[in-house]
Design a protein around this ligand. Sequence first.
Ligand code: GTP
Ligand code: MG
Ligand code: ZN
Length: 354
Amino acid sequence: MAKRQLNRRQQWRIQKIQDERLARANKKLKKINDNDKLLDETLHHGVVISHFGATLDIEDGSSHSIVRCALRQNIDAIVCGDKIVWQQLTNIPDDEQIQGVVTALDARTTVLARPDFSGQMKPVAANVDQLLIVTSPVPELNEGLIDRYLVAAELSHIQPVLVLNKIDTLSDEQREVLEKRIKIYQDINYQILYTSAKSKHGMDSLLEQLAGKVSVFVGQSGVGKSSLINALLPDAKIKEGDVSLATNKGIHTTSVSRLYHINKPAANLAVEDQHITQTSLIDSPGVREFGLWDISKGDVIHGFVELHKYTHNCRFRDCKHLNEPDCGLLKAVDENKISKQRLDSYHRIINSID
Ligand SMILES: Nc1nc2c(ncn2[C@@H]2O[C@H](COP(=O)(O)OP(=O)(O)OP(=O)(O)O)[C@@H](O)[C@H]2O)c(=O)[nH]1
Ligand SMILES: [Mg+2]
Ligand SMILES: [Zn+2]
């Protein structure tokens, strides 16, 4: 997959817009503080529901209400799912939307990150248990992208699940072709779900897979991430977008990640366990590609779990698995124990890392 590099001028412009936005927010925050509307001393815990521009929506840990907060200057990238401490602003005028300030960030259990326009790694979601890699017939399934997500999930210790959505649009033959392509992943024991947000097919299995966990929905624009969350949670009323007829690509409808809760107790759990379950779903903006730029070449193999096993059979410790004699991976491909497609995908990722 080619890296999409913005030219220096574009990067400079984006950075300038971001800096200006931050400066405006900081000015506002300063005004709030200078105006004698000081922070109340009580520390509240909360979870980040959404972070847009310089403002955050926080779900308060005890009242469960949503509080709009500003961010204290010295805290960097806070994302959906982050656990934070916030403090109430005192003397808030009626017209002020910002009710509090996020003053501390708790340690994260997991974090999913991807590079931003300048190649720097930025967190996308925090404290997530599962990565739902959503795919569809249109926009077409992209194995290269799936493999990159799988590497990111494996290296971040987040459980990946593959979802093939829009199955209502498939003829029997088309479904057979796609199932064959997905089988590569089934064979290496990844969980696969077939869904239709439109006809609601597969929604029970999806809900069962999500129950009691925090899951982030990722994938190309237009595959139906927001539609799936809407199908599970009609009250969420998330905006859905079209798929362009000209390009068969999505139109990047969701622009900011947001966390949703399904508060109904999960049906598959015993009554005594139901109070501890809360199912959380994070909708995220669709991607064109998913770069793995800050991963070292040596780490990539750990993201290809079924290939990694066979590296122990390579004669050379620094085997590149290209054409070396007695390569465990090439032998395993010959013996149909691993798929050539996955080995090729591994090499493509290695080649894309500088
Ligand atoms: N036929 C059919 N259409 C679907 C299904 N799921 C989603 N769509 C349609 O696909 C289009 C894109 O859906 P979205 O939910 O906006 O896709 P998304 O993945 O959230 O896209 P971004 O927010 O741009 O990343 C919409 O027109 C949906 O109505 C499905 O299961 N079947
Ligand atoms: Mg969306
Ligand atoms: Zn080898």
